[in-house]
Design a protein around this ligand. Structure first.
Ligand code: ADP
Ligand code: ZN
Length: 759
């Protein structure tokens, strides 16, 4: 027998062994094959040639070999094996991330595809969820149709029918939904230029620009590292506006000239259009772009150009770390501290960490860039594991924004508890409007209010599926024809499961007309600014306002072109932008993240504040930031105001060491889901009990089980436990052993290695 080990796109499955029939040549590692799995035939990927089977096992034949040449380079297959192992995920899950879109389809995959999307009637996920419930009850949708709506609502860009079929959604189910007008189909176009949308600003790289002394020195050090053609990690720690992008471009150019390729990773492409434009300007056609907001067809085209070796530089988000480059010389991870590098679904990998692993295998240089490095990376630089390169000053000696703190307790005492925008901030915005400068206003909380309640009976809106209260939004109209409440209506929505319900004008319980809003989000800030500054041109950027494809780019380019005066938004406006017209940054509630029961809360607040303050004064005129807070003495707020990263690190590291948290120890988080709390708890206890013997010999401890902070999510109860120790491999092995012994637990257990968020 000629045996091969194949990864199939089925959650939790390990490698499966198949025989290659005599009629077929042995497919190479990285090639796709069609294989029988249960009653189905699936497209899998050959991972190993040295598969073994026990005597007497019934080994099935491969049904079909799809690629005479490997689709994935062997290096990427191996990287995926590492990801599956390190993050305790199925090998099929890991490989699915690296595969080009559409690769799971049969032979003819890579041409046109039929894409299913929710229709306008269900275009908004929240509406879809409500629609679904309603429909199931009133219009007799089948449960499979309901499930299909749920799947589609999670993919606003749509999904190809092939992929839907693999998730058990058949053409018949879709046909039923199309008939009801809930789903529409389209053919994916062939013509595409993914840069069209991204390249909005006319940024021209200036090859003659003279680097500052600091830039010169940093670039020199990095050039030397790149020339050595060895694996190294450099942390480029440069304050906001210190000109890191210029260094990236020159370094990338040098690596390209040496015949090697560059991978440039950014947290979110749409938020850094100027970076994309710069790279395009500098590298022309030999640039590819890889991120999930591209259409399937676009991604697919780009992927195959990379695979064919036509590309010198790939720019992309976390999944670009799997780009099939085979002469990799340099990986740049811009804003390396950014949480969006972590994938919050299986496989729960961290793009930066996979980048480092990849570079070490391919002898490449990694440059981690940030003004506010993660505790992990700065710690590694402090201990000498990484090379630290620092840029302490802004280019052209532009000063950092002067930061003013506004104590909101005083403000409430003087102005009443309703005040949202302080007097100082309002005055400063007024000044900017008067002289034609621009302002950014940050509030890291979307929606209109955080809750709505009845003053008479106290009725509140909570999610029936999750243990959170619903966020109130202005109801948008036109979604369901005229049936939605008109202007001024409210919709309460769960940000976790998308459940939503219209808020009537009178209390639904006692009919009293005294509904009151508590708390505030970006929608309310926008409204207040409009009332206060009627002539101002105001835009808003948060996940709700940019749901439609292209909207974000539109708003950002309008702001860049100075067609907007004020931009209100969540952390989306804090990232990496370079708007020279901004001379004022306002932060409405600097404390939003501080209350979270999360050991990274201070770090995150510090990063967000420092980054957003860094958006001010990047042009010729100096900038100012006004930060409203209830805790003006909190160290992360104080130190962010002074843009004092080393001071923050020194302080935070003491806490981390004392509490035995990362970077001093590694953490693995397990969450068990159950239909009842008792059920979830009992299973979690069983896992912890079975882990105990390993802790006696290993160097780790197990904490919990305990109810997760988000105790209920999407109708399921959640119980969590932690493994904490110095050796991840010991912890992982122990966990994998337990999971192997309790196969039925897999579908209910989520394992998160190096978790960023532990709700
Ligand atoms: P960072 O990414 O470090 O926050 P950027 O790379 O965005 O900073 O640079 C900040 C601004 O300074 C940009 O507008 C950039 O074009 C400009 N800049 C960078 N280097 C120079 C230089 N050597 N001379 C003049 N302007 C520069
Ligand atoms: Zn919910």
């Amino acid at each position: 027998m000629r045996l091969v080990a194949v990864a199939v796109p089925v959650p939790f499955l390990d490698l499966l062994t198949y025989n290659v029939p005599d009629s077929l040549a042995v497919p190479p590692i990285g090639a796709r094959v069609r294989v029988p799995v249960g009653a189905r035939t699936l497209t899998g990927c050959v991972v190993r040639h040295d598969a073994l089977v026990e005597d007497g096992t019934d080994v099935k034949d491969i049904a079909e070999a799809l690629d005479p040449e490997p689709l994935l380079p062997q290096s990427i297959v191996e990287l995926c094996r590492w990801v599956a192992d390190y993050y305790v995920a199925g090998i099929g899950d890991a490989l699915a991330v690296a595969m080009p879109p559409g690769a799971r389809r049969n032979g003819s995959a890579f041409r046109r595809q039929r894409i299913a999307t929710l229709s306008a009637m269900g275009a908004d996920p929240g509406e879809a969820a409500a629609q679904e419930r309603e429909s199931v009850r009133h219009q007799g949708l089948t449960s499979r149709q309901g499930a299909a709506l749920q799947v589609l609502s999670a993919s606003p860009a749509g999904l190809p029918t092939s992929e839907l079929r693999e998730r058990g959604i058949t053409p018949a189910v879709l046909a039923g939904l199309i008939k009801r007008g809930l789903v529409v189909m389209r053919d994916e176009r062939d013509e595409r230029d993914p840069f069209e949308r991204a390249a909005m600003t006319d940024v021209v790289p200036d090859a003659n620009r003279v680097l500052t002394d600091e830039q010169e020195r940093a670039a020199g050090e990095l050039f030397a590292l790149a020339d050595a053609e060895q694996f190294r990690v450099a942390l480029l720690h440069g304050v906001t506006g210190s000109g890191k992008t210029e260094i990236y471009l020159r370094l990338a150019d040098r690596v390209r000239r040496s015949g090697r390729q560059v991978l440039l990773m950014v947290p979110e492409i749409a938020l850094t259009p100027s970076m994309t434009a710069l790279v395009r300007g500098a590298f022309g056609d030999r640039v590819a772009i890889q991120h999930s907001a591209l259409s399937m067809g676009e991604r697919h085209d780009q992927w195959h150009r990379i695979r064919r070796g036509e590309i010198d530089l790939v720019i992309g988000t976390r999944s670009a770390v799997f780009a099939p480059l085979d002469r990799l010389g340099l990986i740049i991870v811009d804003e390396e501290h950014d949480g969006s590098y972590k994938q919050e679904e299986t496989p729960r990998y961290h793009g930066r960490d996979v980048a480092i692993m990849r570079a070490s295998r391919e002898h490449a240089l990694v440059v981690l860039g940030s003004a506010t490095p993660s505790m992990e990376s700065y710690h590694n630089a402090a201990t000498g594991k990484y090379i630290r390169i620092t840029l302490e000053r802004r280019v052209l000696d532009r000063p950092l924004a002067a930061v003013r703190l506004v104590n909101m307790r005083t403000e409430y005492a003087d102005e009443g508890p309703e005040i949202v925008i302080s007097r100082d901030l309002a005055a400063a915005i007024g000044e900017r409007l008067a002289c034609g400068d621009q302002a950014l206003v940050l509030l890291n909380r979307r929606g209109y209010s955080t809750a709505v309640f009845c003053r008479q009976c106290g009725d509140t809106y909570e999610c029936p599926n999750c243990s959170v209260s619903l966020t109130v939004h202005r109801a948008r109209h036109g979604l369901h024809g005229s049936s939605e409440a008109g202007r001024g209506g409210w919709r309460a929505r769960c940000h976790y499961c998308n459940y939503s319900v219209l808020v009537p004008t009178a209390c639904r319980k006692c009919a009293a007309p005294y509904l009151e809003h508590a708390g505030f989000g970006t929608e309310r800030i926008e409204e207040q600014l409009r009332e206060r500054f009627p002539g101002a041109r105001i835009g808003r950027v948060d996940r709700d306002s940019v749901r439609r494809k292209g909207t974000l780019t539109q708003i950002l380019s309008k702001f860049a072109a100075r067609e907007l005066d004020v931009l209100v938004g969540t952390q989306m406006i804090a990232k990496g932008h370079d708007f020279p017209g901004v001379t004022l940054v306002g932060v409405i509630s600097a404390d939003v993240g501080l209350g979270l029961a999360d050991f990274r809360a201070s770090e995150r607040s510090f990063q967000l504040l420092t980054q957003v303050a860094g958006r001010a004064g990047r042009g010729e005129r100096s900038g100012e930031a006004i930060v409203q807070t209830l805790y003006p003495d909190h160290y992360s707020i104080q130190l962010a105001c002074r843009q004092n990263y080393p001071g923050f690190f020194e302080r935070e590291v003491v806490y981390r060491r004392r509490m035995r948290y990362p970077p001093f120890l590694a953490l693995i988080n397990g969450v068990v889901r159950g239909r009842t709390f008792e059920d979830a708890m009992q299973q979690a206890r069983e896992i912890v009990r079975r882990l105990e013997p390993a802790t006696a010999i290993g160097r780790f401890t197990v904490l919990g089980p305990a109810p997760a902070p988000l105790g209920r999510l999407r109708g399921e109860h959640r119980v969590q436990f932690f493994l904490k120790g110095t050796r991840r491999s010991e912890m992982r092995n122990a966990l994998m052993q337990v999971v192997a012994d309790m196969p039925e637990i897999r579908r209910r257990l989520t394992i998160d290695v190096d978790p960023l968020s532990v709700l």
